[in-house]
Ligand binder design. Sequence first.
Ligand SMILES: CC(C)(COP(=O)(O)OP(=O)(O)OC[C@H]1O[C@@H](n2cnc3c(N)ncnc32)[C@H](O)[C@@H]1OP(=O)(O)O)[C@@H](O)C(=O)NCCC(=O)NCCS
Length: 225
Amino acid sequence: MTSDAGVQHYSCMTDGPRFPELRRPTAGRQPALILRPWRAADIPALAAEMSLEYPTAGMWSRPDERPVRTELPGGTQRRTGLADERDAARWLASQARGWRDGDRLSFAVLEADDARGCVLAGNVGLKNRVETGRIGERATAEIGYWTAVAARGRGIAPAAVRAVTDWVFDAFAGDSLRQIMLVHDIDNPASCRVAEKARYPFLELSPANPPHWFTDGHIHLRLRG
Ligand SMILES: CC(C)(COP(=O)(O)OP(=O)(O)OC[C@H]1O[C@@H](n2cnc3c(N)ncnc32)[C@H](O)[C@@H]1OP(=O)(O)O)[C@@H](O)C(=O)NCCC(=O)NCCS
């Protein structure tokens, strides 16, 4: 692994034919991308990324897998971000369980740099919106994403969301999956742009519903086909 200006380069190795590997060529400012399930090799880069910015709570497969560190006066617990490699490893284990059980399918998004290996550029994950069960068994899945802080503004999230959307409709073509939701906070216009560019049309407003979510949001919906 090499590192310059905080950006870590490491092997682009994937898991072989057992798991999907999606590739997107360079397009304008968007670099060439490789998407594949998260691997242990990603842990140092993931931990470094998470120390910059706390990711959305939706990254975690189950509430009991979220890192809860601090007890506030009154007994409420405050989540803090992934702070070190141990937390990154826990998150990876949670994603591995998701692939094993089929209810959460998360891809590391890697910027392919042939000369020096790969750079972690983000994450795209599919989960069930409300129901339990394997992705594909239900009519609706939900897609979520983030882009590494240093990689933002180059169209990586829209390209990665398009790649995973095409893959999941193809991979579960004979199953019940009919539509994918994309939900973002109303005060996240960058995410709204991702939805538009990834061809997820706006469907409706999603009012705040504490304690599940605290702000109004947008629901975008992409139908199969
Ligand atoms: C939202 C997010 C995923 C966008 O990813 P991205 O790969 O930067 O996507 P794009 O390059 O297409 O940029 C989308 C918008 O971000 C804004 N943007 C542009 N450059 C930016 C930069 N350097 N830094 C932050 N935002 C930038 C612009 O509004 C852009 O829209 P535009 O293309 O109309 O100008 C990314 O900002 C992020 O990870 N945010 C934190 C996590 C999050 O909000 N996830 C979504 C939860 S629903």
